[in-house]
Design a protein around this ligand. Structure first.
Ligand SMILES: NC(=O)c1ccc[n+]([C@@H]2O[C@H](COP(=O)([O-])OP(=O)(O)OC[C@H]3O[C@@H](n4cnc5c(N)ncnc54)[C@H](OP(=O)(O)O)[C@@H]3O)[C@@H](O)[C@H]2O)c1
Length: 316
């Protein structure tokens, strides 16, 4: 049985990844900042939950030791430039060093669609710039080493516990209108199970070595269809039956008003629903570039959103 360290295994995508890996006979270690965050994984028989600070380089190296592969799903959507750097650049940097020091040859890193691999650090938002720098650092570390690196770049991810269609449906259940920033931004949503299968196959399918000695695979993870944000909001209402499936009037906010709304959300307690940085991310379309291969390389034909979302939104 192979031992896999899954960073961020208790998160939204990570939980599906863990369930799939356990079903396939893997033995997992899942670190979490607080065990309570990972309690929903307790029923999985071959998961060892460990409370730890993954930013502590020495502790991370001890955690990596003895595993055959590492998956990194840790990320934040909101934060200061320093917080983005800590999570999206410094943590993967410590992780890849730990892998090389401990003879772990396989790393699967989840990045994000919209990352500009050709010009790292040039993205429109702090989130994307830090993801770009994290990828660039990993590529540099992998070059000439015996590490097999897969980087997956998903578009927005839908599924029963997603944080966007469910939220849009919930908001329309409460409010009579939907003032929406970034209404025309385009996305190519991908099903969480397809992303999880991609992670599993990335572990199982060897990455070919290029002439420079590196073994790197970068894949975009997108569903088959493109939607604007406004269309996704409307679809969430239709599929969940809000206002008899008609939903609420969606009012596309002009840029300045969207930023003001985002600023107010940032000031509210807890995780903001939307930040100005999120709006900045939406300045580039979140759709497949066509310049980077997709999940078909792993033998995955991605699922359409509508029939799957209809099932879980109907029963919310
Ligand atoms: N969800 C999407 O639509 C989407 C779209 C594109 C790309 N992605 C990428 O896919 C990956 C997984 O996303 P997700 O939606 O599953 O994320 P998530 O649910 O927010 O989970 C991320 C995990 O990261 C850990 N974490 C959060 N902040 C941390 C910090 N400051 N220090 C250490 N650990 C921290 C948390 O683990 P503990 O609480 O257990 O410590 C959490 O479970 C990420 O790389 C994300 O960028 C997601």
């Amino acid at each position: 049985m192979k031992n896999i360290l899954v960073l961020g295994g208790a998160g939204y995508v990570g939980s599906t990844v863990c369930e799939m890996l356990v079903r396939r006979g893997y033995k997992l270690t899942v670190p979490s900042r607080r065990l309570v965050n990972a309690r929903h994984l307790l029923h999985l028989p071959t998961v060892n939950l460990v409370e730890m600070d993954v930013h502590d380089a020495a502790a991370l190296e001890r955690a990596v030791a003895g595993h055959n592969a590492v998956i990194n799903l840790i990320a934040i959507l909101h934060g200061s430039p320093a917080a983005f750097d800590k999570v999206h650049v410094e943590l993967p940097s410590k992780l890849v060093k730990a892998c090389l020091a401990q003879g772990v040859h396989k790393l699967v890193h989840i990045s994000a669609l919209g990352v500009n691999g050709a010009n790292p650090g040039s993205g429109p938002s702090g989130y994307l710039r830090s993801k770009e720098r994290g990828e660039a650092m990993l590529l540099q570390a992998a070059a000439g080493s015996d590490l097999e690196l897969t980087i997956l770049r998903p578009s927005i991810i839908f599924g029963a516990n997603d944080k966007f269609l469910n939220l849009f449906a919930k908001l329309q259940g409460v409010f009579p209108v939907m003032p929406l920033a970034g209404a025309s931004a385009r996305f190519q949503p991908v099903w969480v199970d397809d992303v999880a299968i991609a992670v599993v196959r990335s572990l199982e399918l060897t990455v070919g070595r290029s002439s420079d000695g590196g073994a790197v695979r970068i894949l975009e993870a997108c569903g088959p269809h493109v939607f604007t944000l406004k269309e996704l909001v409307q679809l969430s209402a239709q599929l969940s039956g809000v206002n008899h499936g008609h939903g609420r009037p969606v009012i596309a906010l002009p840029d300045w008003m969207g930023r003001l709304q985002a600023r107010m959300m940032e000031l509210a307690p807890g995780e903001p629903l939307m930040s100005r940085d999120n709006l900045d991310s939406m300045k580039v379309d979140n759709v497949a570039t066509g310049k980077v291969p997709g999940l078909e390389v792993l033998g995955i034909r991605t699922a359409a959103l509508r029939p799957i979302a209809a099932q879980y939104l109907r029963t919310r």
